[in-house]
Design a binder for this molecule. Structure first.
Ligand code: HEM
Length: 557
């Protein structure tokens, strides 16, 4: 019997032998691939495991060390680091344009496939240049300066609701000072306690409630009501398929909205999905399908969370179609959008686009606001300086919510927001892009077709070579003191919204929201921390604060 036949028959008769041989064969294939070096990356330094397998990326992401591990690798090995057999991270700001710029020609890598939870792609997860350009054209006017300014009054409503709840919390301080008031309690789902003249509570859930209510309203005319209830809860279609059927019937003019709904903890589902996506994105497609199906793998909640999140946008689209309003929100603009043949978006595409607006436009703003609040609460000097600027600028303004026109050009507020975005880096990861046919030359290095490349934002925002020896300090003054030449250098390395054709489309809205919320909160309240302990983060593409316990009281203004 020939040797190969003998070996296969031996293996099929002996499953234990097969179990032992499979890992050995796997490792052998990886070692041979490494030495064959088809990717041409063998000479690049990096973690040992990453030379052979994507498992290094999977491991660091699943251990909550995405941005920090990549940062460490660059500090150890320099600007070019191999993070996976086919993936190089480049930490030089000069690489940004070559990778993400308009004429770069690199598209999103297949890492983004894991984010597709509808049968069609959305503006964020499509990897097709043509499809992306079509979507971006259709959605650009939603984010034009006049469209953003038109929604400012809507956004004020939610900031005012936010103040009602925090005023209520702050009033606990006076109540306890005047005797009789309780020293601890619960508002919505959050606990609070009074100590040292402040009310202490975790501000992260409240900031989430505000951000989600606001984007729910701006996107769909459908605030979730999280601020009012103080709870993470949203009404969604119980069955997404039923939602699509209802949309189709309504579009054909032959149906009423009659969908079974349920309440879900939306933010919690979003966190679950984000955490799992960030890990699964580094695995081969087969593993992405298998792992969520294995009981006890830690990935089981994935499909359920994805479906529930999708149901929210399906429900919102169905509601709007059933009750057309003409309201100037994003959903209305999506309904008016036409493709290149003049056709409206299909129900599933509408829902997919609405979904990404909610996800991209809430979490990111909430994380940035929470981290900025943390840094300001930790540094009383910076907080007082900001408050002095806000007091002067808003002295004659008769509104508890800071109008954008009044606060948009305040130098210290601007510097605080920049510094919060720099140091926290809400999107801290390198955003992976794939080298197209013909290869690409980046900073003199020729990389072959199919190689993944990225620039690590967290590392760039903290590199001493760019920001100086105090790079890891929260010091807004750096933005004001810098000479024009230095400021240019800083801005070239400051990329919280990324750059190029796939840069954040919601940037102007985010900047407006951040100015309004930081100015309003810090004019009205004082914040403190109990210790200088670092902010605990879950790093899953977006870097989300897990908890931020602050002491807060009303200011005398
Ligand atoms: C502080 C807040 C925000 C930050 C830091 C941020 C950051 C980013 C970054 C870095 C990207 C590029 C992602 C990638 O290449 O994978 C992005 C894309 C995107 N962002 Fe934002 N974002 C913020 C707020 C918003 C808001 C308010 C919206 C909309 C309501 C939004 C909608 C989007 C969309 C749709 C994309 C995909 C754009 C495309 O591929 O053409 N973002 N954002």
């Amino acid at each position: 019997m020939p040797v190969i036949q003998q070996v296969t028959s031996e293996l099929s008769n002996n499953p234990l032998l097969l179990l032992a041989v499979l890992p050995a064969a796997f490792i052998l294939v990886r070692v041979i691939t490494y030495f064959k070096d088809a990717s041409g990356l063998r000479s690049y330094p990096g973690p040992f495991l990453a030379k052979f397998t994507d498992a290094w990326m999977f491991w660091v992401v699943s251990h909550n060390r995405w941005s920090s591990a990549v940062d460490e690798m660059h500090r150890k090995h320099g600007p070019f680091v191999r993070l996976a057999p086919n993936y190089v991270s480049i930490s030089d700001p000069k690489a940004l344009d070559a990778i993400y710029g308009h004429s770069a020609g690199l598209m999103k890598a297949s890492f983004y496939d894991i984010f597709a939870n509808f049968s069609v792609r959305n503006i964020f997860n499509t990897r097709s240049r043509t499809e992306h350009a079509r979507k971006r054209r259709a959605e650009a006017h939603m984010f034009a300066p006049q469209s953003i300014r038109a929604v400012e009054p809507l956004s004020h409503v939610h900031v005012a609701e936010f103040l009602r709840q925090w005023d209520h919390l702050a009033s606990r301080v006076q109540e306890s000072q005047h005797g009789g008031g309780p020293l601890k309690g619960q508002l919505g789902s959050g606990a609070w306690s009074v100590e040292n003249g402040c009310v202490w509570f975790d501000c992260m859930p409240w900031i989430n409630f505000w951000a989600f209510d606001t984007i729910g309203d701006l996107a769909f005319g459908l605030p979730f009501g999280m601020l009012k209830s103080g709870r993470d809860t949203a009404r969604v279609a119980k069955n997404p398929e039923e939602g699509f059927r209802a949309i189709e019937k309504i579009t054909e003019g032959s149906g009423k909205l009659d969908i079974e709904e349920e309440d879900i903890p939306y933010v919690e589902n979003l966190s679950t999905r984000a955490e799992i996506n960030a890990c699964l994105g580094w695995l081969p497609r087969a593993w992405q399908v298998i792992l969520p199906r294995i009981p006890g793998s830690g990935f089981n909640s994935y499909s359920d969370a994805s479906k529930k999140l999708a149901s929210l946008s399906i429900m919102a689209v169905a509601r709007r179609l059933a009750n057309p309003s003409g309201r100037p929100d994003m959903l209305q603009k999506l309904l008016e959008a036409r493709d290149d043949e003049g056709k409206p978006l299909s129900p599933v595409e509408l829902s997919a686009e609405a979904f990404v607006l909610i996800v991209a436009g809430s979490d990111t703003i909430a994380n940035t606001t929470c981290a900025t609040t943390y840094y300001l609460a930790r540094d009383q000097r910076v907080q007082a300086k900001l408050q002095a600027e806000l007091d002067a600028a808003l002295a004659s303004v008769d509104s508890e919510v800071a109008p954008y026109d009044v606060v948009k050009d305040l130098p210290y507020l601007d510097a605080v927001i920049h510094e919060g975005q720099r140091l926290h880096a809400t999107i801290g990861a390198g955003l992976p892009r794939e080298v197209p046919a013909g290869g690409a030359t980046i900073l003199g290095h020729h990389l072959k077709e199919g190689t993944w490349v990225s620039v690590p934002i967290y590392h760039l925002h903290r590199a001493e070579s760019i920001w100086g020896p105090d790079a890891s300090e929260f010091r807004p003054e750096r933005w004001i003191e810098a000479s024009p030449g230095r400021k240019k250098q800083m801005m070239e390395a400051f990329v919280p919204f990324s750059i190029g054709p796939r840069a954040c489309i919601g940037r102007s809205l985010a900047i407006m929201q951040l100015h309004i919320i930081v100015a309003t909160l810090f004019r009205r309240y004082e914040f403190a921390l109990k210790s200088d302990a670092p902010l605990q983060i879950r790093d899953v593409l977006a870097r989300r604060p897990l908890e931020c316990l602050v002491g807060m009281k009303r200011r005398k203004i």
